[in-house]
Design a protein around this ligand. Structure first.
Ligand SMILES: CCCCCCCCCCCC(=O)SCCNC(=O)CCNC(=O)[C@H](O)C(C)(C)COP(=O)(O)OP(=O)(O)OC[C@H]1O[C@@H](n2cnc3c(N)ncnc32)[C@H](O)[C@@H]1OP(=O)(O)O
Length: 216
């Protein structure tokens, strides 16, 4: 848990911490709406200038009290790990979709997702680096639920078809094998009918100081 200087123990109590977390997630969601509004807006230039001034003021308000790093990996109140500041799954990070990853009894992972207009790469389609980032995370999660958490050593991505934004997609991944600290994982992003758009294989390496649940 990260505490701000001057924060009272009462403010840091579990209930208040969760309410604050929910507020940050709402702020993150509203900021995602803002990002898409910015990339899609067609309002006149004077309105763009006026909105920019309001945003500069809002940015200043948030910057009056800043952390030194985004919120880290932690256990939520239900015991499920979460990482609010993460670029892929972070509810409090406007850059994140956020991806909601579920693990199955077979220790595979899945996530329903829809990319946004702000993820555009080639005109009308999702940027290949964004797809790779999602797969990197999902493959890492699959390695972790298989008992071999690690850092990405290599990630190989095959782009089979362009990826649309604004449409429901399904991403899945599973562990294939492990040798010592090395774990191989496969995954893909597909249309709901199963048509694979992007597929990836990755080698994840458990750093020597890590345990089975990650850094110690
Ligand atoms: C439920 C919660 C879910 C939580 C889910 C959370 C999912 C998060 C997913 C996010 C994943 C990321 O983006 S991670 C961020 C991107 N990746 C990184 O930043 C990694 C940066 N690189 C490193 O930190 C390091 O190089 C490591 C950890 C990868 C390896 O360092 P090391 O541990 O010192 O490795 P070392 O002893 O040299 O080598 C061990 C063995 O691995 C091999 N090896 C080492 N590096 C590589 C490599 N890049 N590619 C191939 N092979 C390699 C060596 O040849 C050796 O093989 P042999 O001789 O034994 O055969």
């Amino acid at each position: 848990m990260f505490y701000y200087g001057g924060m009272t123990p009462d403010l840091a109590s579990a209930g208040n911490a969760e309410a604050r977390q929910a507020a940050l997630a709402t702020l993150g969601g509203q900021t995602r709406e803002l990002i898409d509004a910015v990339v899609l807006t067609d309002v006149p230039e004077d309105e763009i200038t006026a909105v920019t001034a309001e945003l500069a003021a809002l940015t200043g308000r948030l910057r009056t009290l800043q952390r030194t790093a985004p919120q880290s990996f932690e256990a939520g109140p239900d015991g499920v790990p979460r990482h609010p500041g993460n670029a892929v799954i972070g509810s409090a990070n406007p850059h994140a979709l956020p991806l909601i990853v579920e693990s199955t009894p077979e220790r595979t992972v899945r996530a329903e997702l829809a990319f946004r207009p702000s993820h555009e790469g080639p005109p009308g389609w999702v940027h290949g680096g964004v797809s790779a980032m999602i797969l990197d995370h999902l493959l890492g999660h699959a390695a972790a639920v298989a008992g071999s958490p690690g850092m990405t050593g290599t990630l190989s991505v095959r782009y089979r078809r362009p990826v649309p934004y604004g449409e429901p997609l399904l991403a899945t991944a599973e562990h294939t094998r492990s040798e010592g600290r090395k774990t191989w994982v496969e995954g893909r992003i597909a249309l709901p009918d199963g048509t694979v758009l992007v597929e990836a294989t990755g080698l994840f390496i458990t750093p020597s100081g890590w345990g089975r649940s990650g850094p110690e």
